[in-house]
Design a protein around this ligand. Sequence first.
Ligand code: ZN
Length: 180
Amino acid sequence: MPKYAVILVDLLNDFITGPISTERALTIVEPNRRLIDAAHEKNIPVIYANDCHTPEIDHEFKVWGPHAVEGTKGAEVVPELTPTDKDYIVPKKRYSAFYGTSLEPLLRELGVDTVIITGWQADCCCRHTAADAFFRGYDIVVPRETTDTDTLENYKAGLAYLKKNYGADICDLDDLLARL
Ligand code: ZN
């Protein structure tokens, strides 16, 4: 039985309902709710990897413009998925949830060997988080309903990339929930 953790990437107001969201972003909220509820029930750690950018000067703003600025409403998790006291919060400043963060020691302390990566966007922050997870020897699961990106084409390509390069198990959410 794998030792799972769920890593929820950037399920934040700015991305899901705010200035750099698309209508596709809203579709992942309910599946992530279901996954979080199941993880809580099974005592699987739930980790929120949240963009938390430095006002004005953050390097990422050169590409995306200002978003998820530290201390703003836009940088908070969407209300439907608000973390509980027993969940873990990992603030990040780059696409990958591992880059310059406490995620790696946290996963080690939790004894995790398999990460379930969800959130926004499949072909950017989830992809870079998956890359760093793979480099560190973690197995990767991505329930297809729990992530998306700006277009269907990019979504399909994003998931195919994760499978091809990191051996990610791209599965239906219901299938994953049945084996947790
Ligand atoms: Zn960002």
